[in-house]
Design a binder for this molecule. Structure first.
Ligand SMILES: Cc1ncc(COP(=O)(O)O)c(C=O)c1O
Length: 375
């Protein structure tokens, strides 16, 4: 099988990740006071994520079930307390960011400005600055779009939000493991949500939210294994935002994955993605009947491209690639309906091809050969 759907989840998982998940399932999950394997996997994940994202205090790394969980924690938490207010976001966003904002709009009267990207798929810091209002309470944007692959100038956007005293929520689901981001260097109040199972190479069911301080209210309250006599959630991080028995095998796998990513280096992994995407775009441009959905960003570390075929609708093309050539891609709206509407590819969307750490040039060429045959 040729797997070109890394933007959904990376595959295959590295052997040390698989072994770590298996070893965790074979070990007693916790010792006294929730020590043991689980505590050690959690603290290895926190330490590795703190190193990868230059987080000053590993306690500010909140382990979550997904980027979706992390985004809900951040967005609902930042907006908690009073109704109304204004949010700045973009047309490129994934439903995991878009829906928490849409629910806040429907239920609490939040008003949202949807910024349109430039022809390269970039949201400029100037556009963010001019959308800010006195009542703006949140700026929420993806670092890398899962439809265009465009990389946003998030550090500059953070400076704009910080000047206005507005918290910034960064959806780093696609960028983590390929585009460097130093949380500790972001000015202002930055929240970074990430997925453990995409570019970070860990198991599904893992993610994290990096928080600037202990001000977010919990989304879930419950057992923490400490201070059980108190009926209220502990105040301090990370326990304040982590309730319930954690995903031990997932965290053991994620710890192994993060240590691999640290050893290879995010810059190296990002450069490899960009190289493969360059090759893919060059080869695809010469395949008859295939149209690459613009924009095609200059920065190729997003590692993905969306395409359409003159003869086959997106779902049909993805099906044919899978059934006839054992090539896995992803068809449809990619959970980003406004992005496809902006691109003119709604309602059917497109076929997304995404490369990852394990992709080879031969796999890229095999996809192009299959598309030539289909033409
Ligand atoms: C840009 C973006 N944000 C959020 C998510 C959600 O990630 P998770 O599957 O970890 O909830 C995805 C994954 O599909 C994504 O591409």
């Amino acid at each position: 099988m040729i797997y070109l759907n890394h933007a959904a989840s990376s595959f295959p998982k590295p052997e040390p990740v698989i072994s770590a998940v298996e070893a965790a399932l074979r070990s007693p999950p916790e010792g006294e006071g929730r020590g043991g394997e689980l505590a050690s996997a959690s603290s290895r994940c926190r330490a590795a994520l703190a190193a990868l994202f230059a987080v000053r205090d590993p306690g500010h790394v909140i382990l979550t079930a997904s980027a979706t969980h992390a985004l809900n924690l951040a967005i609902h938490g930042v907006l908690a307390g009073r109704p109304g207010g204004h949010a700045v976001t973009s047309l490129l966003e994934h439903n995991s960011l878009l829906r928490p904002l849409a629910h806040a709009a429907r239920d609490r009267g939040l008003c949202t400005t949807w910024l349109e990207p430039d022809p390269e798929g970039r949201i400029s810091p100037e556009a963010v600055a001019s959308a800010l209002r006195r009542e703006t309470r949140i700026v929420a944007l993806a670092h890398v779009s899962n439809v265009t692959g465009s990389v946003q100038p998030i550090e500059e956007i953070a400076a704009v939000a910080a000047d206005a005293g507005v918290p910034l929520v960064v959806d780093a689901a696609q960028s983590a493991g390929a585009v460097e981001l130093a949380h500790g260097a972001l000015p202002g109040r930055g929240f970074v949500a990430l997925a453990g199972h995409k570019g970070l190479l860990g198991p599904t069911g893992t993610g994290a939210l990096i928080v600037p301080d202990a001000s977010l209210p919990p989304l879930l309250t419950g057992g923490t294994g400490v201070r059980s006599e108190s009926e209220l959630q502990p105040e301090e991080l990370p326990l304040r935002l982590e309730a319930g028995t954690a995903n031990g095998p997932g965290l053991a796998g994620l710890a192994a994955a993060l240590e691999l990513v640290l050893a290879r280096g995010v810059a190296t992994l990002g450069a490899r993605r960009a190289e493969l995407l360059g090759e893919l775009r060059r080869e695809l441009a010469a395949v008859e009947g295939v149209e690459l959905v613009a924009p095609l960003p200059h920065d190729r570390r997003g590692g993905l491209v969306c395409l359409r075929h003159a003869r086959h609708a997106p779902e049909e093309l993805a099906y044919l690639l899978r059934a006839s050539f054992e090539i896995v891609t992803r068809a449809g709206l990619h959970c980003a309906p406004r992005a496809h509407a902006w691109l003119g590819s709604a309602p059917r969307g497109s076929v997304r091809v995404s490369v990852g750490a394990s992709t080879t040039e031969a796999e890229v060429s095999a996809l192009c050969a299959a598309l030539r045959r289909l033409a």
